[in-house]
Write a protein that binds this ligand. Structure first.
Ligand code: HEC
Ligand code: HEC
Length: 203
């Protein structure tokens, strides 16, 4: 067990070393190259990464580092999924960075309408459980931490239940700890609240 944890943290260190300092030794990510590479991805992740499928996460407006890390975890097998594991298997680090830069530059849009009661109670829950502390004041993600505002509701519910159950891969255990305190009702309220938050409020 100790050996396993050591291996795991060594790999995580490698991820941060790879993606946070690589700008020192390589050229900046290319959004245009990323856009071309992401065409196949958008067939599932939606126009410009704004997913129209409740089970498939949106990628638009997610921090680039979060996206490239998530792809790296699929490729290296830390996070497993029958659809995404093969999709990430052949991507190089440079391709991941280009694709991530492209998605990070897109505007997050959502058609989701949060119920009035969850719109009123959601913000207090997000503060109480420190979601805003890690995912950012607008919940738009921060560096390696994924964006959760304007995310697909069903996807959010599945992930939060997965963290709580210990079945969703977690790079540092922080999110698993954060989810242990949530009950089913909290998860339902937070997911409905988060899903309705877009870059620009719907008029
Ligand atoms: C056939 C549909 C499909 C295609 C094509 C696809 N994805 Fe995915 N993607 C998914 C699904 C479903 C998930 C959620 C999987 C899970 O629960 O782990 C996902 C998850 C992801 C995630 C994790 C997002 C998060 O918020 O945790 C990233 C990043 C991602 N995909 C990027 C890509 C990229 C880049 C491509 C193209 C190279 C791509 N996907 C192609 C269906 C697809
Ligand atoms: C201590 C920091 C921390 C706190 C507090 C925290 N998170 Fe997270 N969260 C993370 C990190 C780090 C990840 C990325 C985990 C990974 O993919 O390995 C994450 C991932 C997630 C994901 C999956 C996103 C995706 O795209 O797959 C969801 C959903 C989420 N958090 C929701 C929440 C909610 C809701 C709260 C408040 C109840 C919360 N988080 C509190 C750090 C935190």
């Amino acid at each position: 067990m100790a050996f396993f944890s050591f291996k795991r943290s060594a790999k995580i260190f490698f991820v941060f070393a790879l993606f946070s300092t690589s700008h020192l030794v390589s050229f900046a990510a290319d959004i245009q190259v990323g856009k071309a590479k992401a065409e196949v991805c958008n067939s599932c992740h939606g126009p410009n990464g704004n997913s129209l499928n409740p089970e498939i996460p949106a990628l638009a407006g997610m921090p680039a580092l979060a996206i490239s890390n998530l792809l790296f975890f699929y490729r290296e097998g830390n996070r497993k999924n029958p659809i995404m594991t093969p999709m990430a298997a052949n991507l190089t680090n440079a391709e991941m960075k280009d694709i991530a830069a492209y998605y990070a530059a897109q505007t997050r849009q959502t058609m989701h309408q949060t119920s009035p009661v969850n719109l009123a109670t959601g913000p207090a829950l997000a503060t109480k459980y420190n979601c805003t502390q890690c995912h950012g004041p607008q919940l738009q993600g921060l560096q390696h931490i994924p964006r959760i505002s304007g995310q697909q509701k069903e996807y959010l519910i599945t992930q939060l239940k997965g963290f709580k159950a210990g079945t969703r891969a977690d790079m540092d255990g922080n999110m698993t700890s954060a989810a242990t305190n949530l009950n089913e009702n909290d998860i339902a309220i937070l997911s409905d609240y988060l899903a309705g938050l877009a870059d620009r409020p719907t008029p």
